[in-house]
Design a protein around this ligand. Structure first.
Ligand code: FAD
Length: 285
């Protein structure tokens, strides 16, 4: 298996993100999706971590089963919230002992539950340092092209990200819909001396209802021109086709602009990602 820092040093990476399923049916769906995406030979695949440790065991099981299956390189997401330092060390040490080489170190969102356990770590940068101390991992962090919703201003958002990247190996962005937002982020980081790879995160829109909700949660604005374009779709199939077209155009622009790779938010489905891949001529023959 591979270390993502090494993969990035060799060239562009193409990666897919999944979340741990909550039902048996969703688990079957994920297995199907992994099987459908494996032939695209992604550089790596990542598995999210439920807020406050709610998927602690499931994330671990999916990551280590992908590792054991041997076809794809996994990366485990991990968040600080509601964990003690000792718990985090334990989680990371288990990954190290099982041969997992890649961790995405995240702050996580504050729990809604006021009785949730306190977090020992204040932010993702502290988690990067903790993971570094446990083993020789390749460590990624999150970047927010349109500025993290909790950041008071753009300048402090970029300073905190640059600090995080000084000890991490690479970043993956929240999804966004305008290539300019990505370019601006990379330029602002470069001005602060942060030049490690920032992989753009892409989420093809496949239906209008969910995208507005997800965008509101993530702080990513859906540009009105894109909303109008999607609304022109007369049927759900049309909306999906237009969403895939728009994602293809964004990916092409990002690659042309020199992005170090693409990270697809798959929502545990394969078809939109496969279509964008084929449109870009990335499909492995
Ligand atoms: P941080 O880097 O800790 O930043 C959070 C906020 O704190 C920012 O506003 C930052 O500017 C500020 N900050 C950071 N350091 C300091 C400091 N020293 N002083 C003052 N302010 C500071 N969430 C999950 O729950 N599970 C997942 O698996 C998951 N995967 C994700 C994958 C990607 C690629 C991305 C982009 C996001 C993911 N998220 C996930 C969401 C993420 O946890 C949230 O966006 C969270 O609110 C912030 O995480 P962060 O790692 O950016 O946090």
């Amino acid at each position: 298996m591979a270390n993502i820092t090494d993969l990035l040093a060799r060239g562009r990476t193409f990666s897919f993100e999944f979340f741990p399923p909550q039902t048996e049916q969703a688990a079957i769906q994920l297995v199907t999706t992994l099987g459908e995406l494996a032939p695209l030979r992604p550089s790596f695949v990542s598995v999210t971590y439920g807020a406050g440790g709610s998927t602690r065991q499931r994330t671990h099981e999916i990551v280590t089963s992908i590792l054991r299956a041997g076809a794809m390189t996994p990366m485990a997401h991990l968040t600080c919230v509601a964990h003690t330092r000792a718990e985090l060390v334990d989680i990371v040490a288990r990954y190290r002992d099982e041969g997992v080489e890649n961790i995405l170190a995240l702050g996580g969102d504050p729990p809604q539950d006021l009785d949730a356990p306190k977090s020992d770590l204040a932010n993702a940068h502290e988690l990067v340092e903790l993971v570094r101390g446990v083993g020789p991992f390749s460590i990624g962090v999150a970047a927010h092209p349109e500025v993290h919703p909790r950041s008071p201003d753009r300048a402090s958002d970029r300073r905190n990200l640059a600090t995080k990247l000084s000890t991490a190996d690479f970043a993956i962005t929240q999804f966004f819909f305008r290539a300019d937002d990505y370019r601006r982020l990379v330029d602002e980081l470069a001005a602060l001396g942060a030049t490690k790879p920032v992989i753009p995160g892409v989420m093809p829109i496949t239906n209008l209802a969910s995208i507005e909700r997800m965008a509101a949660m993530s702080g990513a604005a859906v540009p009105s021109a894109l909303v109008e374009r999607l609304r022109a779709g007369a049927t759900p199939d049309d909306v999906r086709r237009i969403g895939v077209e728009a994602a293809t155009e964004l990916c092409a622009e990002l690659l042309e602009g020199g992005a170090p790779g693409l990270h697809f938010y798959t929502l545990n489905r394969s078809s939109a990602t496969r279509e964008v891949y084929a449109n870009l001529g990335l499909a492995v023959t």
